[in-house]
Write a protein of this length. Sequence first.
Length: 311
Amino acid sequence: MASTQLVKGHGMTSAQAVKKKNAWLSYAVLFILPTFVLYTLFVIVPTFSSIYLSFTSWDGVSPDIRFIGFDNFVEMWHSERVHNALKNTLILSVVLVVLENVTAILLAILVDQVRWLRNFFRSIFYFPVLLSGIVMGFVWTIIMNYNFGVISQLLDKLHLGFLKLDLLGDPKYALLAIIITTVWKSSGYYMIIYLAGLQGIPQELNEAAAIDGANRWQQFRHITFPLLAGAMTVCVMLSMISSLKIFDQIAVMTDGGPGFATETLTYIVYKVGFGELRQGYGTALALVLFILILLVSIVQIQLLRKREVQM
């Protein structure tokens, strides 16, 4: 008898309602199934395969896959090359997170304050983001080349040749060249996020602070900066993840050199796995890099969210 009762407000029995709900669930499954199958084939299966391969000595070509236990991780632990790559990765991550976010905040404030050609400046600052890492690397390689680069030729024209630096060929400066190009390319992306945060701050807060005698710096420090914490959480997290897996610029501009001066964990995964045909060892490195990114992201989010301010 209960199954024949009308569902309130819909003019149908409960049995009909259940039947309709099941029909909608069937449609939902049909829409989800293709994506789920593709995700399983191209993400879940490769992920578990990678975990297994990290415990093997597979060369990536032959069908012979020999299980060697934790030998890859032991070798990694004692490898000076891996230690150097880890050091370079951490240096790049810390410096890039700071410089990209400071530059992005300054650009966002500048764009937010201008009254004329605002969209023009916003487009100009965002333009480098649209370039692929490969194209950007080639452009900056031409600019920074010691012999025929734009910077070297300009210094020669100004009779300041003694100031020339071999940014790409000297181990002391190669990492700096990667940092400069990455900040140039990425800051515009984070600028858009900070700009959205700035435009969400009520202007009345700054006006009230100005009436109370606060200068521009005090307004930024005590009002704008705290209220940008939400945008900063997103930008710092994205910047950290991006810098931990940086690849394109290094591949094009330095190939990990000179020597191993700019080799990072991501790049050594590529060099070992495909250049030296040690897929097992390269996969073990990739697994360690994944765990590192996961741990850093979790800690970073927890720390940054504590200082977020709700309006």
